[in-house]
Design a protein around this ligand. Structure first.
Ligand SMILES: O=P(O)(O)OC[C@@]1(O)O[C@H](CO)[C@@H](O)[C@@H]1O
Length: 306
């Protein structure tokens, strides 16, 4: 199975509104509440593709219980660590008139040293069953900045390749865990070197410990850079929908490819671009449109660059 860890999960609340008016009052047509956080979304996408997964996450308080209830009803395999701090919420407002998403994200609660050690213990206990480890998302305040590196090190001890999807300091510190692949987006790449030079930022991430970098550029597609070369993949068209979670669908595709052994990079990139696009058409983060995925796969353009 593919083991995903979400150190800072959330109860994801999504409001669908006719139009978001800053400073105004707007009534939601639809309200969704589901277990979220990037690693949970990755596990959800993989589960919907029929890939065995295990989502590992801390939960606390009444929203933590809501997360567990929703995981039970979704059929995802999961293992939780009880923590004292309440699970945070994220709120996404999807405005149908102009197809925009606005995300408000709570920071989360600091884990105690004992709680953090318990999360590591769960991963240590299950990593032997995993083909790939995915460590995804932000860290709660007060968590060790090298938290992702600690998780990736457990995978490395078992020869299990890992995928890292985070940003800022946790990304840079996480590279010490030598992930097989990191998946930054354009903003995260800019943060890495402080300028808009994606290829240079990708190379820097590889120099600092990543085996390969698969970077997402929204509707412009994705780029992969590894020892074998650099490729750009472009979707057939830009879509409107809910792009929240499109990056998690891409991470699911990367993990799925790594589970099959050494990836065919152009093939991997084609699939992750199609997966990302199909996630935009899914109503919520963690959903994909399976019919669109199949239709888009042959339509993605992949070219080797540089
Ligand atoms: O705050 P983080 O951990 O970076 O991201 C959390 C989050 O906003 O990202 C997902 C979409 O990728 C949402 O479902 C989720 O709650």
């Amino acid at each position: 199975m593919i083991l995903t860890v979400t150190p800072n999960p959330a109860l994801d609340v999504t409001y669908r509104v006719p139009r978001l008016v800053p400073g105004g009052v707007v009534k939601a047509d639809r309200v969704y509440r589901r277990a979220g956080g990037k690693g949970v979304n990755v596990a959800r996408v993989l589960h919907s593709l029929g890939v065995p997964t295990l989502a590992v996450l801390p939960v606390g308080g009444s929203d933590g219980r809501a997360v567990v209830e929703e995981l039970d009803s979704s059929g995802l395999a999961y293992q939780t660590v009880e923590v004292a701090g309440p699970t945070r919420r994220t709120v996404t407002v999807v405005s149908t008139a102009d197809s925009t998403e606005t995300l408000v994200s709570e920071p989360g609660e600091p884990p105690s040293d004992v709680e953090w050690a318990a999360l590591l213990d769960v991963v240590r206990g299950r990593i032997g069953e995993a083909s790939v480890l995915v460590s995804s998302g932000s860290l709660p305040p007060g968590a060790p900045v090298d938290a992702h590196a600690q998780l990736l090190a457990l995978a490395a001890e078992h020869g299990v390749p890992s995928v890292l999807d985070t940003s800022g300091e946790p990304l840079l510190a996480g590279l010490a865990g030598r992930p097989a692949v990191v998946k930054p987006n354009a903003d995260e790449l800019r943060q890495v070197i402080g300028s808009d030079e994606p290829l240079r930022a990708m190379e820097m991430l590889r120099d600092a410990g990543a085996g390969a970098v698969v970077a997402s550029f929204g509707a412009r597609g994705m780029m992969a850079r590894c020892a074998d070369g650099t490729w750009l993949a472009t979707p057939s068209r830009s879509l409107t929908g809910n792009a929240t979670g499109a990056g998690d669908a891409a991470v699911a595709g990367i993990a799925e490819a790594l589970a099959g052994g050494t990836p065919d990079w152009p093939g991997l990139l084609r699939r992750v671009v199609a997966l990302s696009a199909s996630a935009v058409l899914g109503p919520l983060a963690g959903d994909i449109d399976h019919a669109y995925l199949e239709a888009e796969l042959p339509a993605v353009t992949v070219e080797e660059i540089g």
